[in-house]
Design a protein around this ligand. Structure first.
Ligand code: CTP
Length: 411
């Protein structure tokens, strides 16, 4: 199963006997690395207590459409934005009918309408209810609307009958939820991502660095892996745990990052430079700690190598994607960087403002290439990374098919 490290999953529980399995579903989702928030309908609380769900998820259960405790009093919107994925398990026939009609009369149904994240339902009902024309037509509506269907399985039912309508087991639900994030768009390709800040030593205890947390680069590496690529992550010092199934190379200085990229880039078809590489480093790092004796002190700084530009200069070069962190004139500066560094795509964002950029969990990216500009909304870094990877995949496949037809023409 592909890991769901740091994925935000909303588990919706509706009224059905299979709700007794929901505690186990939370455990399996958390085992796979996901952070889980539980939303229960009123009927669900008749089958399993919110206290049980709170205990296994580690968070209070959400039950009300209007929650005066939530900052904005708009819990459904907050949760809808927070979610990377929504799993409704068990999904009753009634809930499936509501979702198919777009009825939003409680927290869970409203949340499903309000989210941009993928939504899946795991039906659980008596076999007659499952096979009824009404349920079947609601299910095809849901599937046409892009909602995924997990199961149901066939077998002995709580009502004593045997047939289709049994909810899948927790293990299967967790695996299918994880698979929602696998797109396969970069299957068979190798992607090299740089992330984090670099540390440039002044003396054995002091460094020059910047405020990069590495979150965006790590999210890009995760999204590329989920898109089927083999990913190498060259990372400066961060407090983050590297994504599973990604080859991680830790470096400290810009020069070390440059060397690691040079060593691994030849096998990559795509390069994403998300690191905030120090542009200058002290010309000489002092061998001992600099003492506080002088009234003033000057540091002589020299330029570090430009990693991104060095990758663009390779022949053949991979598809090159850079980031541009700007404090003003975003599009102008980013377009200049696209040309100066001969990149195929620049993901630009404003930094130095609260709520987006370096240390934040969300980011507002503007994607700029020679064809134009695409402004993404404010998204979690995970969602922004998925959008970016999708855009990169489209660009890569377009470039490659153009290249292939050019070669075919010459033959
Ligand atoms: N970059 C790099 N090597 C460097 C500096 C930057 O690979 N020595 C990459 C970054 O990873 C990013 C892109 O270049 O993808 C743009 O980084 P940024 O710091 O915004 O650009 P600079 O070239 O440093 O320009 P300036 O700081 O003057 O805006």
């Amino acid at each position: 199963m592909i890991p769901m490290t740091n994925k935000h999953i909303v588990l919706g529980v509706t009224g059905g006997i299979a709700a007794y399995k929901s505690a186990e579903t939370v455990r399996r989702l958390r085992d796979a690395g996901a952070e889980v928030r539980v939303v229960m309908t009123r009927a669900a609380t008749e089958f399993i207590t919110p206290l049980t769900m709170q205990a296994v998820s580690g968070h209070p259960v959400h039950r009300q459409l209007v929650d005066t405790q939530a900052e904005s009093g708009m819990d459904h919107i907050e949760l809808a934005r927070w979610a990377d994925g929504v799993l409704v398990a068990p999904a009753s026939a009634n809930f499936i009918a509501k979702l198919a009609q777009g009825i939003a009369d409680d927290l869970l149904s409203t949340l499903c309408l309000a989210t941009e994240a993928p939504v899946a339902v795991a039906p659980s009902m008596n076999r007659q209810m499952w096979t009824s024309p009404a349920t079947q037509s609601n299910l095809s509506t849901l599937q046409n609307n892009g909602i995924r269907l997990f199961g149901p399985a066939s077998g002995a039912q709580a009502c004593g009958e045997t047939g289709p309508g049994r909810m899948l087991e927790a293990e299967e639900l967790a695996a299918l939820t994880a698979a929602m994030f696998e797109t396969g768009e970069l299957a068979g390709l190798r992607v090299l991502v740089t992330a984090g800040p670099t540390w440039e030593p002044i003396d054995p205890v002091r460094i020059i660095t910047n405020r990069s947390s590495g979150k965006m680069g790590y999210a890009v590496a995760t999204a590329a892996m989920e898109a089927g690529a083999r990913v190498t992550l060259v990372t400066g010092p961060t407090a983050l745990t590297p994504p599973e199934r990604v080859d991680c190379i830790r470096v400290m200085t810009a020069q070390e990052m440059f060397d690691a990229v040079q060593q691994h880039i030849t096998s990559a078809q795509i390069f994403v430079g998300a690191a905030a590489v120090a542009d200058y480093r002290p010309a000489h790092a002092a061998s001992g700690k600099i003492k506080r004796t002088a009234d003033s002190l000057s540091l002589n700084l020299v330029r570090t190598p430009d990693i991104l530009a060095s990758v663009s200069a390779l022949d053949p070069a991979p598809l090159v994607v850079g980031f541009a962190a700007e404090t003003s004139d975003l599009e102008l500066n980013a377009t200049a960087k696209l040309r100066a560094k001969r990149a195929d795509l620049i993901a630009a964002n404003i930094v130095g403002q609260p709520g987006s950029g370096f240390e934040a969990d969300e980011n507002r990216l503007v994607l700029i290439d020679e064809r134009g500009t695409l402004a993404l909304p404010l998204l979690s870094k995970a969602a922004a990374a998925r959008e970016l990877i999708h855009h990169i995949a489209v660009l890569y496949h377009a470039k490659n098919s153009a290249e292939n037809s050019r070669l075919a023409h010459r033959q």
